[in-house]
Design a protein around this ligand. Sequence first.
Ligand SMILES: [Zn+2]
Length: 57
Amino acid sequence: MPITDPEKKRIAQQARLVMKICFSCGVRNDIHATRCRKSKCRNPYLRLKNRNLGVKK
Ligand SMILES: [Zn+2]
């Protein structure tokens, strides 16, 4: 079922793309996270996953 509501689609894409990825283990973290959420990892080095795949402002 395709999403026709452009506003809902925008929110869904934001939620999927705006996150941080741990350099060490590659797990997805919250955009506001400062450290990896994995208890064994705790790596402070997180990269942004913030690609604009058809998301225009
Ligand atoms: Zn990690």
